[in-house]
Write a protein that binds this ligand. Structure first.
Ligand SMILES: *Cc1c(COP(=O)(O)O)cnc(C)c1O
Length: 392
């Protein structure tokens, strides 16, 4: 790993050039690699060197560039790129767990993460306890000697609740459990999850890392021991690797990641300030606002409020739909971290599957809108939101 600062790493780290010296990262669009001799094929299967590849499901030069770039940014020894964020979450957990193990997880999770913990792991004999992620006392009460991992989203979807990474890591490490963090909402730019005690950090690269809504991808960052000895055997034999073309897209996304996240976060603060106190809204949730109950933790943990603003339209679902339908710039969709601003109605889309009681517990009210702030002009976005609230 180099001593470079973030922006330099994002442009250069992990780059490999062929004998042609191409400027842009090459796409090695190949499933496999020819060996010089039968002996070298044998040797490579016994132990592949750093720049030696066998089969794209195991690894590929373009994918390797992306893995080295994100590991450098995250501050971990290694990383493994996956076909989607969910392949990363599933791999990070399933590769290290076996029947009889115990996992503690925060309850406020992305729907597919909840499915893995609630439906998949339990089917194979893993015991899972769900807790309120913001309540350190609940984490403390839930861990036990059989706890092998804790899992949480460092900033929850869609209500932007933070989990105190340092606090949970201390509790987990006391029983020898691995701390696995889904860090999508916090972004690799604002989060210092590894410094704060996370052992494994997972991203859906579909979000800010691509940042332009082009491709699905995921990545798991961790120690060399975990990535190569625990995760890689599971991923390479079960087939969830990132494609070389997707790796190339993500490599290019990385170059502008810092600039984009900072611009989005600045606009998010502008939007949150413009909305705070509006009589048509109940809660305006943005951890960058001083009024947010976890503002101090957000500043300490991320130094930013992030790139999403969530707000509750008091008049309920029909009004929320009228608001969304009146937006001229922001699109109605369900991605986030995209260059294009996106409005999502969690109760009827991303969190539709949850029971009414669970929606209430998680604060997913009928009027709740999750707004992913894009790269458009902040003044235009505020004007768009205001005209849509008026039209509503
Ligand atoms: C989107 C998302 C995922 C899943 O990622 P995909 O790339 O869609 O598979 C996991 N966790 C969080 C918090 C997400 O936002």
């Amino acid at each position: 790993m180099t001593e470079w600062k973030t922006r330099t790493r994002l442009v250069h780290e992990g780059s490999r050039r062929s004998q042609y010296g191409e400027m842009a990262e090459a796409i090695f669009l190949t499933q496999g690699f020819a060996y010089d001799s039968a002996e070298s094929a044998e040797a490579r299967f016994v132990k592949a060197g750093d720049d030696e590849f066998i089969y794209a499901r195991y690894g590929n030069p373009t994918t390797r560039m992306f893995e080295e770039r994100i590991a450098g940014l995250e501050g971990t020894e290694d990383a493994f790129a996956t076909a989607s964020g969910m392949a990363a979450v599933n791999g990070a957990l399933t590769s290290m767990l076996r029947a009889g193990d115990h996992v503690v997880s925060s309850r406020a999770l992305f729907g597919s993460c909840l499915y893995i913990l609630e439906e998949v792991l339990t089917r194979y004999g893993v015991n899972v306890t769900f807790v309120d992620g913001a309540d350190l006392g609940a984490w403390r009460a839930a861990v036990k000697p059989a706890t092998k991992a804790v899992f949480f989203e460092s900033m929850s979807n869609p209500t932007l609740e933070l989990v105190d990474i340092r606090g949970v890591a201390e509790i987990a490490h006391a029983v020898g459990a691995l701390v696995i963090v889904d860090n999508v909402f916090a972004t690799p730019i604002f989060s210092r999850a590894v410094e704060q005690g996370a052992d494994v950090v997972v991203y859906s690269t579909t979000k800010h890392i691509d940042g332009q809504g082009r491709a699905l991808g995921g990545v798991v960052c961790g120690t060399k021991e975990y990535i190569r000895k625990v995760l890689e055997p599971y991923m390479k034999h079960t087939g969830g690797s990132m494609s070389p073309f997707t790796s190339w897209i993500m490599l290019n996304g990385m170059a502008t990641l810092d600039l984009r996240c900072r611009a989005m976060a600045e606009s998010a603060l502008t939007i949150a300030r413009a909305l705070e106190g509006d009589a048509r809204l109940g809660r305006v949730i943005f951890p960058g606002l001083e009024s947010h109950p976890q503002h101090a933790l957000a500043m300490e943990q991320m130094g930013s409020g992030g790139t999403l603003v969530t707000f509750d339209i008091k008049a309920g679902k029909e009004a929320a739909f009228r608001f969304m339908n009146a937006l001229q710039i922001a699109k109605i969709s369900n991605n986030l971290g995209d260059a294009k601003s996106i409005a999502t109605h969690p109760a009827t889309t991303t969190h539709q599957r949850l029971s009414p009681e669970m929606k209430e517990t998680l604060g997913i009210t009928p009027g709740l809108i999750r707004f992913s702030v894009g790269l458009e002009d902040a003044g235009d976005l505020v004007a768009d939101i205001m005209q849509a609230l008026d039209a509503m």
